[in-house]
Design a protein around this ligand. Sequence first.
Ligand code: ATP
Ligand code: MG
Length: 468
Amino acid sequence: MLKKLIQSLRSPRKRQPHPRTTPLVLSKRQHPLGRQQISRNALSVIERLQHSGYQAYAVGGCVRDLLLGLPPKDFDVATSATPEQVRAAFRNARVIGRRFKLVHVHFGREIIEVATFRAGHVEQARPDNQQSAHHESGRILRDNVYGTLEEDAERRDFTINALYYDPGSERILDYAHGVHDIRNQLIRLIGNPEQRYQEDPVRMLRAVRFAAKLDFDIERHTAAPIRRLAPLLRDIPAARLFEEVLKLFLSGQAEITFDLLCQYDLFAPLFPASAKALQRNPRYSEALIRQALINTDQRIAEGKPVTPAFLFAALLWPALAPRAAQLQERGLPASVALQDAAQELVIEQCKHTAVPKRFTIPMREIWDMQERLPRRSGKRADLLLENPRFRAGYDFLLLRESAGEQTDGLGEWWTLYQEASDSQRRQMIRQLGQRDSATPDEPASAAPRKRRRGGKRRRGPRSEQAGE
Ligand code: ATP
Ligand code: MG
């Protein structure tokens, strides 16, 4: 199907160096994209803008994905109208954006993002001396400089993302040989790769994301500087990197994305603690992270919900477990050691990817569960079952076991317990009491209980809070 679609893209002219000031124009007959494939709301936005005398096109991911026979995630529109002019043309429009202004036109649940043509990087000599502000490293800090359609094409990241579709004439405008690269399944930056990464290092992550999503190769020159420039990601605001990480791992191709991130040294700047754990204990760490990503991809393929909390819990666990064990060796009780290590790790990770509290809280609850699941005596097992985080905690336990962790059959015990009748459950707890009577409350791996240096315990046993 994909091959057929790619073959159906007929090249109107021979390939030339990019970018161009006059586009290649693909007429209706030269490409497989049909007007009816564009969302009705995007069509109405484009038509309204065009009737008001502005240029307007469907652009970016939607044109790329439709040419590849994939369902677009959303529809973006590029226009010569300024954000204020766009807002004036629609009642249901809102201006948004910090890095640059965009307009969101709302149609119930669908949002059409309308961006004004912008001029991009500095190579362009602008007659009016308007230029984007640059950081010393070349990073663009502010690029709300409006431009022409040609300039807009040039400032986009990859050639395959710089295709403009006009639903009126049903033509595609191709300024950067994007159609050629779609046909050859290549991710290629527009312009000088090194400079484009320095302007915005997130483009390195985007290269990997699109390579994984589309199963494309990253073109040689586009790939070459990535490993050297990967550390530039450390200067990117943590909130933006968090959003990018979600797109990287929650788009259905997380496992391949992870491999590419590691291959290009991009994983360490995003997850430094996990990267260290991968070096120290590669077999377990990689198995756990990989299995979590495989499960995530599978859930997405089945249309099941996925949560960033579980994903981050898994990505960070290989770094957390040894830290908690270390604190335990110094004499902290297992539950306190885990909580202290978690606190420290979350603070550290948020400096790189700002994980919002609504995800760090459940993430830490999933981790807490790992310490509580071995303690099942008395009413504890039933209280744990009622805990809203039980399911995630249990899934996480199975994940740890699938990575080769020895838990003395704990996962299987919980599987049976969930399926058991009341009397069977009582029996299972009784057997447990006999078996574990020597050390009823400690997980198998727990170090002998030592007193903290100050002599006092900080908190009561965590299990007493079960079922909160
Ligand atoms: P998808 O929505 O499927 O993830 P997309 O290509 O639509 O992919 P968006 O992040 O929605 O990606 O961005 C829309 C378009 O804006 C891109 O296709 C690209 O042309 C441009 N763009 C986005 N981010 C950048 C960037 N960092 N540098 C240059 N251009 C960018
Ligand atoms: Mg998009």
